[in-house]
Design a protein around this ligand. Structure first.
Ligand SMILES: Cc1cc2nc3c(=O)[nH]c(=O)nc-3n(C[C@H](O)[C@H](O)[C@H](O)COP(=O)(O)OP(=O)(O)OC[C@H]3O[C@@H](n4cnc5c(N)ncnc54)[C@H](O)[C@@H]3O)c2cc1C
Length: 384
C-alpha cells in the first residue's frame, strides 16, 4: 500500500510518522518546505475544551506531548504554565463548571476556582470582575517549529519520503460515481501512483478537495494577534489567561513580551498563503482596552511591539473534518486554532483509518465530512 500525504505541516507530518511506523509506504508532498503553512504560529496545548471529542483528542495527544523529548530526542522547550479561563457572568461560570466536570471525567486534574483562587495563579489579575474560573495545570506551550522538525526527522527515519518543493496539482480517481476511488496524484514533478491521499493541506485543504470535486466548508481565515509589552512587570510563568465573556486573551512569550488577542467580528477570508498582518486600529485599541480590564500590569504604558497574523483553516463549527468521504481520500484539515496540539492523536487516527479501515483511538463520528449537510453542527464553545 502507498499513501501520499498532501502537506508537510504538523498534521501531515504526524500522519506520515504514524503510517510509516506501521510499515506503510508514505510519500509526503510539500509544495514549499516543511512548516511553510500555519504550523509555527502557536504552540499552545490545552485540555480546556467543551466537547468530548476535543477533550479526547487532547488526552491522547498529551500522552505524546508529555514524553515528546524522550521519544523524539529533542528539547521541545516545554513551559507548563496552565490555562486559566475567566467568567464574568453566572451563566459563563456554569458553563466552565460543566466543562471542568467533562475534562475531569476524561482524566484531567482541572479545577473550577473562585476569583481569589484564580488570582493566585495570575498575580495582577483584577479578580473583582469575575465570578469564577477554570484552571488546567497540565496545559502548556512548546516550540511548534522544534516539534515539527523532530516529527519530520522521525518520520523519515521510520521510512517516509518527503518530496519537498513538490506541489500536488491533481488527485487521480478511477471508477465512476459512488465507485470512484483514489489511484494517484499529479504533481509538478510527475505522477505518483497511490492507494490513499491524505488531505493535510491546512488552509489550502479546499484546493485539494476541489481536485476530487468535494465541496466541504474549510476556509482560510485571517487570525490576528499582537505582540505587546505590558507597562508593568509580571510573572513570566503566568498561564494563558482568557476572559471567556469578552474573548480577550494573553500569555507570556517571555518576561518582557506577551502575545495577546481578542475576538474578530469576522475573520477575513484570504488567500491561504497570506502573511500580512493588517488589523484595524479599532481592533488593536479593543485588544489593549480588553487587556487593561483584565490585569493591572497592562497599564497605559503598555505598547504594541508588532502585529502578527496567521491563517486558520476554519470550519463553521471550529472543529476539523477527520473522515474518508470517498474511498482512498482522507481529510485531516479544518483545525482552526487547535491543529498543532491535536496532531499526535490525529496522526494516529489517520494511520488507523488507512491501515485498519476505521479509526478507534477516539470516537470521531462528530468530525464527519457530512455533518454540515445533515444537522446543525455541535460547535466547540472554547474557541481561542
Ligand atoms: C495565529 C495562530 C495561532 C495558533 N495557535 C495555536 C496553538 O496555540 N495551538 C494549536 O494547537 N494550534 C494553533 N494554531 C493552529 C495551528 O497552527 C494549525 O491548526 C496547524 O498548524 C495546522 O497544521 P496543518 O499541518 O494542518 O497545516 P499547515 O501547517 O498549514 O500545513 C499545510 C501544508 O500544506 C502545504 N500544501 C498546501 N497545498 C499543497 C499542495 N497542493 N501540494 C503540496 N503541499 C501543499 C503547505 O505548503 C503547508 O506546508 C494557531 C494558528 C494560528 C494562525
Amino acid at each position: 500500500m502507498h499513501v501520499v500525504v498532501a502537506g508537510g505541516g504538523i498534521v501531515g507530518t504526524a500522519a506520515s510518522y504514524y503510517l510509516a511506523r506501521r510499515g506503510i509506504d508514505v510519500t509526503v508532498c510539500e509544495k514549499s518546505h516543511v512548516g511553510a503553512g500555519s504550523t509555527g504560529a502557536g504552540g499552545g496545548i490545552r485540555s480546556q475544551f467543551s466537547t468530548p471529542v476535543n477533550v479526547e483528542l487532547s488526552r491522547h495527544s498529551m500522552e505524546v506531548w508529555a514524553d515528546f523529548d524522550e521519544e523524539f530526542g529533542v528539547d521541545v522547550r516545554e513551559r507548563t504554565n496552565g490555562y486559566l479561563f475567566l467568567a464574568r457572568t453566572d451563566e459563563s461560570a456554569d458553563q466552565l463548571r460543566r466543562d471542568v466536570s467533562l475534562q475531569r471525567e476524561h482524566g484531567f486534574p482541572n479545577e473550577f476556582l473562585d476569583p481569589a483562587e484564580a488570582a493566585a495563579h495570575c498575580p495582577g489579575l483584577d479578580a473583582s470582575r469575575y465570578v469564577g474560573a477554570s484552571y488546567s495545570p497540565r496545559d502548556r506551550f512548546v516550540s511548534p517549529t522544534i516539534a515539527l522538525n523532530a516529527l519530520a526527522d522521525a518520520s523519515e527515519a521510520a521510512g517516509s519520503t518527503f518530496e519537498i518543493g513538490t506541489e500536488i496539482t491533481d488527485v487521480l480517481l478511477e471508477g465512476t460515481g459512488p465507485d470512484r476511488s483514489v489511484c494517484g496524484v499529479e504533481t509538478g514533478d510527475g505522477r505518483i501512483e497511490c492507494d490513499y491521499v491524505v488531505d493535510a493541506a491546512g488552509p489550502w485543504a479546499g484546493r485539494i478537495l476541489d481536485m476530487v470535486s468535494l465541496r466541504l466548508p474549510i476556509e482560510p481565515r485571517l487570525r490576528y494577534q499582537l505582540l505587546v509589552r505590558p507597562g508593568d512587570a509580571y510573572e513570566p510563568d503566568l498561564p494563558l489567561t482568557m476572559d471567556v465573556d469578552t474573548g480577550s486573551v494573553f500569555y507570556p512569550e517571555d518576561d518582557e513580551v506577551m502575545i495577546a488577542s481578542a475576538p474578530q467580528e469576522q475573520m477575513p477570508r484570504v488567500d491561504p498563503g497570506h502573511t500580512n498582518a493588517d488589523p484595524s486600529t479599532e481592533w488593536t485599541i479593543d485588544v489593549l482596552e480588553g487587556l487593561g480590564e483584565m490585569a493591572d500590569f497592562f497599564t497605559d504604558e503598555t505598547r504594541v511591539q508588532r502585529e502578527i497574523s496567521g491563517v486558520y483553516a476554519q470550519t463553521p463549527d471550529g472543529n476539523p473534518i477527520l473522515d474518508e468521504p470517498l474511498p482512498g481520500f482522507v481529510v485531516a484539515a479544518g483545525f482552526s486554532g487547535h491543529g498543532f496540539m491535536h496532531a499526535p492523536a490525529t496522526g494516529q487516527l489517520v494511520a488507523e483509518m488507512v491501515d485498519e479501515g476505521s479509526p478507534s483511538l477516539v470516537d470521531i463520528s462528530s468530525l464527519s465530512a457530512d455533518r454540515f449537510a445533515d444537522r446543525s453542527p455541535d460547535a466547540e464553545r472554547s474557541f481561542i
